[in-house]
Design a protein around this ligand. Structure first.
Ligand SMILES: Cc1cc2nc3c(=O)[nH]c(=O)nc-3n(C[C@H](O)[C@H](O)[C@H](O)COP(=O)(O)OP(=O)(O)OC[C@H]3O[C@@H](n4cnc5c(N)ncnc54)[C@H](O)[C@@H]3O)c2cc1C
Length: 418
């Protein structure tokens, strides 16, 4: 078959949350683009399947009707109203996401298997400005002068696509980053995560709180139990790669051991069954400010290492960075300038201005998890103090309040009951 050559304004590699976010907003700005995805939707992605308020925010900004569609479909998207922390001493602390809630308040978060969620996001990419290729193999990515050329194939057909800009939304093992990112960037900070689906786990919160269990043997990581629609649960564990290496941890063994023997967790799995296998995947985390773009390219989501270093949340940040990348494209197009200096100001600086403060707080929290006694202290005090529980609750939506968590004075006050 003869090679098909095409030109467009933006090429997006990857159609997960980051690619979807970029594509939706490019369509809003009426900027034609081509999306190249190697898998065929619906496709799975190893994940905890928990979507936060940031995910809801971007979807709502793209199209409020899409968020309504999600929140009205509780059989597919389970609304979640809060989070349960289990401290290293086993004490549980329930924190609602929306403490001052009225009957009109919508659930701030939800859980949904990525098989379903990413297919939903993908279905919303259809637009007159989007050309979508699924099941496509990217063969080459080259930058010549001020143009990017991608050679790819779909079935027997070969394509050569040219654009002034490429967005890498191709996840943790990004080909775009490998090809275009300078080699002297700071090393990535990684965690490793395992995910399993269980049926029949008991003892879930009536309002579908997600649960983080900070077991002493997993610190500064944790085991999670997230309720899913249909009586299913996403159960997994995540821990820093450097801890796995230095302490020679077998995460799978730790996780299964907790499910079998931990006195708080094991009884809840007495009649539960594992559905499918236990799968692992990397979490590239936002520690420090790595460059996110360069001449004629931007990286988004996991390709840009934008996972929250404490919570492990990456879906919301992927969608959010995709949205910001589209806004940067709009600006670059208006100035007809796709150079590194321009993209740094229009994209990197904006991402770090919006997300940088929460990354800093989360990095501090992750380090504090190395001190289980401090964690136990906060949970013990919060048990007794309604106002501390309310403060922690408000921290989910109020960034200024959340910054307190990174200050020694916060813990000093708790310690001395001030
Ligand atoms: C164990 C685990 C648990 C997690 N739990 C949560 C959680 O509960 N909540 C949360 O918010 N985040 C969680 N995360 C993080 C979250 O999964 C990621 O941050 C999120 O998926 C990033 O989205 P993305 O679009 O950047 O990348 P991806 O979701 O990885 O999407 C990338 C897309 O690019 C495609 N692609 C890759 N290479 C190519 C190529 N060469 N050509 C074409 N297409 C390509 C892939 O097929 C894929 O569709 C978890 C991660 C792990 C590993």
């Amino acid at each position: 078959m003869p090679l098909i050559k095409a030109e467009t304004e933006v090429i997006i590699i990857g159609a997960g949350p980051a690619g979807a976010g970029a594509s939706w907003f490019l369509s809003k700005y009426e900027i034609p683009h081509i999306v190249i995805e190697k898998e065929t939707f619906p496709r799975d992605k190893v994940c905890g399947d928990a979507c936060s308020g940031k995910t809801a925010l971007v979807i709502n900004r793209a199209n409020p009707a899409w968020l309504t569609e999600i929140l009205n479909n509780e059989t597919a998207f389970l609304p979640s109203w809060g989070i349960t922390f289990a401290a290293p001493n086993g004490k549980l602390l329930d924190i609602p996401f929306a403490p001052a809630r009225t009957p009109a308040t919508r659930a701030p978060g939800f859980t949904v298997p990525r098989m379903v969620f990413d297919d939903f996001l993908f279905s919303k990419m259809a637009s007159p400005f989007t050309t979508l290729f699924q099941s496509a193999q990217v063969r080459e990515i080259n930058r010549e002068g001020d143009k990017i050329t991608v050679k790819m194939s779909q079935g027997q057909q070969d394509y050569e696509i040219t654009a002034p800009l490429i967005i890498g939304a191709d996840g943790d093992k990004s080909l775009v980053a490998k090809k275009l990112f300078p080699v002297n960037n700071p090393p990535k900070s990684y965690a490793v995560g395992l995910r399993a689906y269980y049926k029949g786990v008991t003892g879930m919160h009536a309002e579908h709180y997600i649960e983080l269990h900070f077991l002493p043997e997993m610190l500064p990581g944790y085991l999670w139990i997230f309720p899913l629609p249909g009586g299913m649960a996403n159960v997994g564990a995540g821990i820093l790669s450097e801890k796995i290496r230095s302490k020679k941890i077998n995460l799978r063994e730790l996780m299964l051991n907790a499910i079998k023997n931990n006195p708080q967790i094991a009884p809840r799995f007495a009649n539960a069954s594992l559905e499918g296998g236990i799968q692992g995947w990397g979490l590239p985390m936002a520690m420090g400010q790595r460059p996110l773009s360069g001449d004629n390219f931007m990286l988004t989501g996991d390709a840009a290492s934008l996972i929250d270093p404490f919570s492990g949340e990456g879906i919301g940040n992927a969608l959010y960075s995709g949205m910001l990348a589209a806004a940067a494209v709009k600006e670059a197009k208006a100035q007809n300038n796709y150079g590194a200096a321009m993209l740094k100001v229009a994209y990197d600086d904006v991402v770090y201005k919006r997300l940088g403060p929460e990354f800093m707080v989360s990095a501090t929290l992750q380090r504090l998890c190395n001190y289980p006694w401090l964690f136990n202290l906060v949970v013990n005090k919060a048990h007794k103090s309604r106002s501390l529980r309310d403060t922690i609750s408000c921290m989910f939506s109020d960034m200024d309040l959340r910054k307190q968590l990174a200050r020694p004075s916060f813990y000093f006050k708790i310690l001395f009951n001030r």
